[in-house]
Each structure stands twice: as C-alpha cells, then as structure tokens.
Design a protein around this ligand. Structure first.
Ligand SMILES: [Zn+2]
Length: 395
C-alpha cells in the first residue's frame, strides 16, 4: 500500500499493513484517531502511518502535561526505576566524555533527572531541553543546569554541544532523519550523540497487554539495526550499541536498545536490510497480541454489566479498549485518570473524573476496573491509600 507518512528510516512510500488501531474521537484530541502499523516495503522498518503531519505532533507535545508528572514512568521522572535507568545511561556515556566541562544537552529531558545524575558525577555544563512548558517549569528552581524551552526542530542556533542525549525520544519523532540533521548542526565537529529507544525486536518478550507498544506516541519501532542504519545514513559513525532492559515500575520491564555515535564527515557504509530476526519477532508480537485480545474480550463479556463501574486509566491502552465498544452495555458511572488535562472531558459519552470521585459515599461500593497497561499496581496502591472498599478488577 501507499503510505501517507514515508518510512522514517529509508523514506520509501510503500509498505505492508500489519495492524490498525482506533482511538475515540474525544473532545480536543490532537493526535490522529486511526493509526496503521506498517512494515516498509524497502527496508522492513515497522512504523505508524496516519493522516497527520509533523506540526500535529509538535502541537501535541507542546501541550502535553503528563511528562511533568512525578510518577510517570520512563520519561524524566523521579521514580527509583527511572533513577536506575539514568545511572545505566551515565555508566555507558561517561567513558566517552572525558572533559567535565563538556557541554552536554539532554533533549526531551522531562524533569531533568538524567542531568541530575550527570551533575553528581562532576559535569558542570549541562542543558535540559523540553518542549513541554510544565517540564520546564518543574525544573525552574534548579541551578545545576540551563533549561531551554523548545522542540528539537527549533534548536538550530540555540545551542552548541559536545554531547547530546536523546533518551526515549526518537520513537516519538515524526521525522527522525530530519532530527539527526538538526542535531548534527548543534554538535561540535567531533561531537557525540547517545540515543536510547524501545527495542521493537523484543516487544513480544515483554508483552503485558495486547498491542500496548503501539500507543499513538511511539510511532517508530526501532531495533539496534535500524538505529545504526539511520545514524550511518545521516553523518554519524556508531561507536557503541546494544540491547538492554529497564524496569519501568514494580514488575514491569521494558525492552530498550541504544547507540552512541560520533559526528563524522567521512562516508559511513549504510547497511541494506536488518540481518536479525526483527520482522519475525514483530509478527510474533502481533500474533500473541491477537490471542491475548480475544481472551480479554471474553473476560469483559463475562463481567456483570449491571454493576456500577468506574473505569480507571485513559492512556492509549485504556482509550483503545473504551473505543472497542466492549463496555457499551456496562453501567459506567464515570472514567478516572490522574492526568489533569483529561479530567472534565467527555469520552465516548462518559465524564473523566479525578480519583477523589471514589470518596463520595455513593461510590464507595462501586467496582473499579483498571484499564491501564503498566500502571495497574500504582493504581491499586492509590486505591488502598484512599481507603477504597469496593471491588477492584483489571482488564
Ligand atoms: Zn524503509
């Protein structure tokens, strides 16, 4: 099929359709409601195709507030798990940054915890870049690094760096190749870049909920090979790379991969197609997801729809489930999410509340159904702390 968004790695405009995902057309939704997960006909890279352009995503991240939340996993959060992930990144990059005065920038810094780790290791010349106002505001009182409020695409002329870190960023970018060209311009001639992204080759190994790695924000599904390929095609020579896993929260482990590269003017050979079992593993992930999804459907249909329910968790996974129509016969009293930007909205006919709605006497005996893919344990603990006495189940 012809894709509306070209392959982020090789720019090919033909791809094979693997799966389609629909989200509810909620009030003020910025992101597309239909995502087609496709595999590039030329290089095999799996990516999301949709009817939206780079400006749609820029607008979305500019207004995104969730990455400034303290308890969001895998961004620049302050959880013990995130701190460990930042320590691992620091361990990998520190041997390549000998000069403690090197200018290091973390792009997509969230709350800046990775820079905090580097600062503790003696680095003094640090910059945090984020396009979210709330993230920048969350860092405003620190004196250990500079903050730059802008998107990666607007960085030209604003910084000159010796080392750039993009952790959990490239999977979100509409045009990763264009981003590498911009990063090249803000790097010194022998400057270096470290990229860490979710490792799509291992999605099937860490499957928690069906299709949950296809979440509307992660639109590029890299592996080590594709990271190397895109870096080599854009004037970088890869010096270090690998697969890793990081704990997100409680017992949720996430597959990641990384590459550290140096800017170069020498031509670097670009490989043709990935030599590993990437495509096979993605197909296996889709197969496993389809099986799990049908089990889930049976589970939803076996619940007593006449009970009074609150559905908690409106991330991509929760929204997809809600949009499936499987809850349409349920007696839903409301939806719950801790993200303030969602509260008060009406999604598929139901109002989104703060968790405190459960403190009302009439709701104490309601049933809470958790729709979150990865925050289940966190929600359970919050319910416990609130002293909620009704039933809690999960889908
Ligand atoms: Zn391609």
């Amino acid at each position: 099929m012809h894709v509306l968004r070209r392959c982020p790695v090789c720019e090919c405009s033909q791809a094979a359709l693997l799966h389609t995902i629909h989200y509810p057309a909620e009030e003020n939704r910025i992101l597309p409601t239909e995502y087609r997960i496709v595999s590039c006909s030329s290089c095999g890279m799996v990516f999301d195709d949709f009817d939206a352009d780079a400006s749609t995503f820029a607008r979305y991240y500019h207004s995104a507030e969730k990455y400034a939340l303290k308890n969001i996993a895998g961004s620049g959060g302050e959880s013990e798990e995130d701190k460990k992930r930042f320590q691992k990144i620091a361990d990998r990059i520190v041997p390549f940054i000998k000069d403690k005065n090197s200018h290091i920038a973390d792009i997509g810094s969230g709350r800046g915890e990775l820079l905090h780790e580097l600062n503790q290791r003696g680095y003094r010349n640090l910059s945090a870049v984020d396009s979210s106002k709330k993230c920048i505001a969350a860092m405003k009182n620190n004196t250990n690094w500079k903050t730059v409020h802008c998107a990666l695409e607007e960085l030209e002329g604003k910084l000159l760096c010796d080392f750039i870190i993009c952790s959990q960023l490239f999977e979100h970018l509409f045009s990763p190749a264009a981003a590498l060209q911009i990063l090249s311009k803000i790097l010194t001639p022998s400057g270096m870049l470290f990229i860490e992204v979710p490792n799509a080759r291992c999605y099937e190994k860490y499957l928690y909920k069906p299709y949950h790695y296809f979440d509307g924000e992660h639109i590029n599904h890299f592996s080590v090979e594709y990271l190397k390929r895109i870096l080599h095609a854009n004037g970088f020579k890869v010096l270090l790379f690998g697969e890793t896993e990081n704990k997100l929260l409680f017992d949720i482990v996430y597959p990641d991969c990384y590459a550290l590269a140096r800017k170069t003017t020498e031509p670097v050979p670009v490989m043709d197609a990935p030599s590993t079992d990437y495509t096979e593993k993605i197909m296996l992930y889709l197969e496993k997801s389809a099986k799990l999804s049908s089990l889930q459907q049976t589970l939803i249909q076996s619940q007593n729809p006449a009970r009074r329910y609150f559905l908690w968790g409106l991330g991509a996974y929760g929204l997809k489930l809600l949009n499936s129509g499987l809850f349409d016969s349920w007696n839903i009293a409301g939806l719950i999410d801790i993200d303030q930007s969602k509260q008060g909205k009406i999604i598929r006919g139901h109002t989104v509340y703060t968790p405190s709605i459960l403190k009302k006497p009439e709701n104490r005996t309601a049933c809470v159904c958790i729709l979150s893919a990865i925050y289940e344990e966190q929600i359970r603990r919050q319910l416990q702390e609130m002293g909620f006495s009704g039933d809690v189940n999960r889908i």
